[in-house]
Design a binder for this molecule. Structure first.
Ligand code: CA
Length: 222
């Protein structure tokens, strides 16, 4: 990922840069907000790590300015201030999260992942319960894992999502998802549903697919 570090404390900036490179990222350092604005005009960044206290234009002012210009790049503010009202101010200015200094790189990594997860969820994915369904990659993602769905599982999941809240029987699922008449001598539908259920529920606190005995399946998406 392309990561912009806006930080006037060179030591902190360099330490962050080194750790991010080790993780396979491409970090760029801007020593103040003015330089950062110039860089943003020239290149696209995946995420911005932004120091709060910068000379001249503050991190927060920078943040507000970016959002005013319609820039939606995820921003994590780095702040030495622990005051609660300041944290609220940071989020209101358009930052996606904040980290209080001094911080460990493990924390930075976790915050970056969490912010990007939320960002991607808004982009080309939908969130159901604690899972994110990525419609482009055809994956289900939990905090612990990303699991790829087969084509049929993905079609079935889309179908369940369209029909969430209603009980659908096997005959109808077979006709609508497989495009064939239901054959009672095969268990392909049960197997596909079982696999999809496992992928959705093994890393989740939620139950998404409920079997209603004698009637069919109920998809719960909340
Ligand atoms: Ca600073």
């Amino acid at each position: 990922m392309e990561i912009l570090i806006v930080e006037d404390e060179i030591k902190i900036a360099n330490t962050l840069k080194k750790s991010l490179i080790k993780e396979g990222h491409f970090p760029t350092i801007a020593i103040n907000a003015e330089v950062a604005l110039e860089l943003i005009n020239e290149a696209q960044f995946d995420i911005i790590l932004l120091d709060w206290r910068l000379p001249k234009l503050s991190g927060m002012e920078f943040c507000k300015q970016l959002r005013r210009n319609g820039n939606k790049t995820p921003i994590i503010l780095l702040t030495a201030l622990t005051d609660v009202s300041n944290k609220i101010e940071a989020l209101e200015a358009g930052a996606d999260d904040y980290i209080t200094k001094p911080f460990s790189f493990e924390e930075v990594k976790a915050r970056i992942n969490a912010v990007l997860r939320r960002y991607r969820a808004n982009q080309n994915a939908i969130q159901i319960g604690d899972m994110i369904i990525n419609l482009v990659d055809r994956t289900v993602e939990s905090e612990k894992d990303i699991i790829k769905l087969s084509d049929r599982e993905f079609e079935l999941l889309k179908y369940f999502l369209y029909n969430k809240g209603s009980i659908i029987n096997k005959e109808k699922i077979c006709k609508d998802v497989w495009g064939i008449e239901f054959n009672p001598f095969t268990n392909v539908i049960e197997v596909t549903i079982k696999n999809l259920r496992k992928k959705l529920e093994q890393n989740s606190k939620h139950i998404f697919i409920k079997t209603i005995y004698g009637e069919g399946y109920l998809f719960i998406a909340e």
